[in-house]
Design a protein around this ligand. Structure first.
Ligand SMILES: [Zn+2]
Length: 305
């Protein structure tokens, strides 16, 4: 048996249906495999249907076809916030949210309005970004009666304004970007005290139907990749791995310990990283990712601490 290393599992809940159906199914998969995870909840309106507006943006149609969004999300979700009124996400199901915590998983805030953030963050004025974060935080407090320990920016997209505002929340950490290992972000020469625990592995929707023919093939590749990384973090979606790909995720979570990887919440991975020595300081940069529209935030080059 090889020495066990943590494999961070992060769940993003993006839609009403993902919260209602996907989260309970993921809890079953985690319980059956003895896995722990950090579950990031979108709180406010489900405007997934606004994705349709993105049809005008290049590359979106390919992505829509690849993950066959209508079959995965259901027509009600795809129309939500466009032809039909938006439905709330986590705030509609506080008892499901609390069950996540009761089963020993970590919970955090993903978004207030996921689509607004994802589509327009880089154009939003600072006050609007603050308001999105504040509303997500208030909704979390209402559900759990405590401060959120962590935030994860929708679409791994953050900027200086959002990171600096999160810094005022006293979070244990954020997960607002892609990268290689936990680090402290530096913004304009100021090193923040809120560490980042980045997602290190590509997501299922980025690879399916392109890099990988099946979900099983994708998860095999992720196991191999995780073995090469010091602090691997996989992001799964309530709508996908908590939906049609739940079985494939279960197989992955059962296989991981045989490869010396223990599926844990991101806070657990961070604790182990901190025990190994001080975190490095990195800048945060924007860059595209294959299989995903627009730019994402990334752990940039390392700076002197
Ligand atoms: Zn999301």
């Amino acid at each position: 048996m090889p020495t066990e290393r943590p494999l961070g599992i992060r769940v993003d809940v993006d839609t009403h249906v993902g919260m209602r159906d996907g989260v309970p199914r993921l809890l079953e998969v985690f319980a059956a495999t003895g896995s722990k995870a950090t579950v990031y909840l979108s709180m406010g309106p489900d405007r997934a249907g606004r994705a349709l507006l993105n049809l005008l943006k290049p590359g979106f149609l390919t992505k829509m076809r690849r993950s066959s969004a209508v079959s995965v999300y259901g027509l009600r979700t795809v129309l939500s916030g466009t032809l039909l009124p938006s439905r709330p996400i986590a705030t509609a199901f506080p008892e499901i949210a609390r069950r996540v915590a009761e089963q020993g998983h970590e919970t955090g805030v993903h978004a207030w309005d996921h689509r607004t953030w994802q589509d327009r963050l880089l154009q939003l004025p600072a006050e609007r970004i603050h308001r999105e974060l504040d509303r997500g935080r208030a909704a979390y407090r209402q559900i759990f009666g405590t401060e959120p320990p962590t935030f994860a920016a929708p679409a791994w997209l953050s900027n200086d304004v959002s990171l600096l505002h999160e810094e005022t929340f006293g979070l244990r950490y954020g997960s607002d970007c892609r990268g290689l290992e936990p680090f402290l972000p530096s913004i304009g020469g100021r090193v923040l005290t809120t560490p980042q625990v980045p997602s290190t592995l590509p997501t299922l929707d980025e690879h399916l139907g392109w890099q990988a023919a099946t979900a099983a093939e994708y998860f095999d590749a992720m196991l191999e990749l995780a073995e090469t990384q010091a602090w691997p973090v996989l992001t799964v979606h309530a709508e996908l791995e908590g939906g049609p790909y739940a079985e494939a995720l279960g197989a992955f979570l059962r296989a991981a310990p045989k490869r010396g990887l223990r599926p844990v919440a991101l806070g657990t991975l961070l604790d182990q990283r901190r025990a190994a020595g001080p975190l490095p300081v990195h800048e945060v940069v924007h860059a595209p990712v294959e299989g995903r529209h627009g730019v994402l935030s990334h752990q940039g080059r390392e700076l002197a601490a």
